[in-house]
Design a binder for this molecule. Structure first.
Ligand SMILES: C[S@@+](CC[C@H](N)C(=O)[O-])C[C@H]1O[C@@H](n2cnc3c(N)ncnc32)[C@H](O)[C@@H]1O
Length: 332
């Protein structure tokens, strides 16, 4: 007998891992530290309100933004191998966003006959709700959990009893963490993994700087809008009076650190008030606020730092053009 999926009980659960005031407090602390320091910086997680998450989805469709297409190409070719190697019952995705590429993994695990659960972990509740609703419609047998959390301060996986667990961290989001932040991320993840669990990591690779800069500074200006969205978040959440048009979007390749930096450059000298923090901050003309780093990786370096973090890389796949890597690792 078949069951009408529309009459099934809900299989979607949303958990807020952190108390309601956590994100408000964390935003205030990050902005206070970041805008009073030199150079001025903000962590990229604050891009992703509902509008920011939509803009990121638009970015993934831009002709210049190769990472999504490259990673999709690899997932199409390799998801069956991932399913065969892991036999995962639970797919956990860190920084899941729209969970669009995730379907390739879900389909492969379902075809392999092991898939039972999916858990998306993201800072953006809007993105989690939207993706969760779509996944429940598309996968009537799947338990879907959405976990609103911060991957840097509160990364908690579903319990090992739901294993084997495959933890996917796609999109090159690892590159948003600097070299001195990644060890803590690996350690937090490694601590929770049991024998038989696996990590599937998408990493953008070092390449021609022109290609990289174009990917972060597209002709239509979508990435510029995404970048300036963080100022709108500060205006709304902290009562700040940033004028996003008074800032110019910049994408800069730092050859020494092998990373792209997204910055907002003040077009003129200006004073910005942040009443919620009781702070006034001055920008010189041309002064830049760094809003994101995106580290690009090389095979040897990434394999070595994963080994130091307690992971053994078992597979390293790239797209045909060698722009992006997807690697499968096990707890060592
Ligand atoms: C570059 S997007 C990648 C989205 C998706 N995984 C993909 O591959 O297209 C980064 C994702 O990570 C989430 N994110 C960023 N910083 C985060 C943090 N500190 N904790 C949890 N999620 C975060 C964002 O909301 C966004 O969905």
């Amino acid at each position: 007998m078949t069951t009408d999926p529309h009459t099934r009980p809900a299989r979607f659960g949303l958990v807020r891992r952190l108390p309601v005031e956590h994100f408000a407090d964390a935003l205030r602390a990050d902005v206070l530290k970041g805008l009073t320091g030199r150079p001025k910086t903000l962590p990229p997680k604050w891009f992703y309100d509902a509008r920011g998450s939509e803009l990121f989805e638009e970015i993934t469709r831009l002709p210049e933004y190769y990472p999504t297409r490259a990673e999709t190409e690899i997932l199409r070719a390799r998801s069956a191998a991932v399913a065969g190697a892991t036999g995962a019952r639970t797919l956990v995705e860190i920084g899941s966003g729209s969970s669009r590429k995730t379907r390739l993994l879900l389909d492969a695990l379902a075809a392999h006959g092991t898939l039972e659960r999916y858990a998306g972990l993201d800072v953006s509740e809007d993105a989690l709700r939207e993706a969760g609703a779509e996944l429940c419609r598309e996968y009537p047998e799947l338990h879907v959990d959405a976990v609103v959390t911060d991957l840097q301060t509160d990364l908690v996986l579903p319990p090992a009893e739901h294993g084997p667990r495959l933890v996917a961290f796609l999109g090159g989001t690892l590159g948003n963490l600097d070299a001195d932040e990644r060890p803590a991320f690996y350690a937090g993840l490694r601590r929770q993994l049991a024998d038989g669990d696996a990590l599937l990591l998408g990493a953008d690779l070092v390449k021609d700087p022109e290609v990289l800069v174009r990917a972060y500074d597209d002709a239509q200006g979508v990435t510029a809008e995404f970048n300036k969205n963080v100022l709108r978040v500060l205006d709304r959440e902290l009562g700040a009076d940033f004028d996003p048009d008074a800032f110019e979007h910049r994408a800069v390749w730092d050859a020494a650190a092998e990373r792209i930096e997204m910055r907002l450059r003040a077009r003129t000298a200006q004073r910005v008030e942040l009443p919620a923090l009781n702070v006034v901050t001055d920008f010189d003309a041309g002064e830049e606020l760094r809003t994101e780093i995106s580290v690009k990786f090389r095979r040897d370096g990434l394999t070595a730092e994963l080994a130091r973090g307690g992971f053994a890389v078992r597979e390293w796949w790239t797209d045909r053009a060698g722009r992006f890597a997807l690697l499968l690792a096990e707890p060592a």
